[in-house]
Design a binder for this molecule. Structure first.
Ligand code: SAM
Length: 339
């Protein structure tokens, strides 16, 4: 019989409500920073619960804003909380919270851009666990700003592939929000309508789980779309054991002609004069039917295509740096020069 885990709850000292914090500090939401605040305690707690048991863990929260999710995290008795917030206006209210909890939880407030923050620098090194063991006691949590969520996850996947940053400490887990449409793409399996480059990239390096939806109406201001909560746990063994940039290039080109036979996109990996011959050779080596559509290719089939591509560029190193988009980019630059 499963034994229910008893989670200790920290009781926070009396604090103004998040609604009052927003009013007191005049925290009008800024569209350019994708600020949509979640005020519903039940949903906030549900996001934090999706991260699992975080007692004694080190938690990095992206974009705490007025601190609704932060409060819920602190109630789970973590060891340390690292907050990365770009908007300086939130610092006083976050400092108020840090001060109120200073005897029980260590809270670091970093004012900066998550895309430029070296999170590993703030995480105590003793949480380190072997890559092949259970994940370390570190979690990345965030109701992410829409404007950076896709760039951030791609950047983090690359870091996971190299075991850098928070992943130099082991298979650090993430619990993050995305626009519903993005969350669906991240988790889409073969043949699903939403299957795209993002699906293959996420699933190559992580176990990705779509946990639940949050309706747009739960946010202030209300965004135009609903939100999906996703957890990601790095895989012990990635499905494709090749460099991130190579996989990204192959998958991007294959999905570049979504509605066509996948070999059409695959051809664009090679210069025009050898395109048809090389793509056919690659598909033959990978044992893939050339008339398959991109969304009908399973993750393990993508692995075989990437391996075949890697073999071909070993045989013909001159193809390695071929960039289908380069002539177009060059043309655009020439037009700009001529103006
Ligand atoms: N966590 C709060 C909540 O759930 O109510 C706010 C979430 S809001 C969707 C996104 C937060 O990320 C905002 O506080 C915003 O200022 C912050 N933010 C936006 N861009 C950021 C960036 N590049 N780095 C760090 N924080 C950022």
């Amino acid at each position: 019989m499963a034994v229910a885990h008893k989670v200790s709850q920290l009781r926070l000292p009396p604090l103004p409500s998040i609604k009052d914090i927003i009013r007191l500090y005049k925290l009008r939401a800024l569209k350019e920073l994708s600020q949509n605040f979640l005020l519903e305690p039940r949903l906030i707690d549900k996001i934090v619960r999706a991260a699992g048991n975080i007692e004694n863990h080190v938690i990095c929260e992206v974009g705490p804003g007025p601190g609704g999710i932060t409060r819920s995290i602190i109630r789970q008795a973590p060891r340390k909380v690292i907050l990365v917030e770009k908007d300086q206006r939130f610092v006083p209210s976050l400092e108020l919270l840090a001060d109120a909890c200073k005897d029980r939880v260590d809270i670091d407030i970093i004012t900066g851009d998550i895309l430029k923050t070296d999170l590993a620098h703030y995480i105590p090194k003793d949480v380190n666990s072997d890559w092949f063991d259970s994940p370390p006691q570190v979690n990345l949590i965030g109701n992410l700003p829409f404007s950076v969520s896709t760039i951030l996850i791609i950047r983090w996947l690359e870091m996971i592939s190299k075991r850098e940053g928070p992943w130099s400490l082991g298979r650090t887990r993430m619990t993050l929000t995305f626009q519903k449409e993005v969350a669906e793409r991240m988790t889409a399996r073969m043949s699903a309508r939403q299957r795209c480059r993002m699906s293959v990239m996420c699933q190559t390096w992580c176990n990705v789980n779509y946990k639940f939806d949050i309706p747009g109406a739960a946010f202030l201001p209300k965004p135009d779309v609903d939100v999906g909560v996703v957890t990601l746990t790095p895989l012990k063994h990635p499905l494709i054991k090749l460099p991130f940039k190579l996989v990204e290039k192959v998958v991007r080109q294959i999905f570049s002609m979504r509605q066509k036979y996948s070999i059409r996109g695959a051809q664009t990996l090679f210069p025009e004069n050898v395109r048809e011959e090389m793509a056919l050779k690659m598909y033959k080596m990978a044992e893939i039917d050339p008339v398959t559509r991109p969304f009908q290719i399973a993750n393990m089939e993508f692995a075989r295509i990437c391996e075949a591509y890697n073999e071909i560029i070993k045989m013909y190193p001159e193809f390695e740096n071929y960039d289908y988009r380069a002539p177009k980019k060059q043309k655009e630059e020439n037009v700009e020069d001529a103006v």
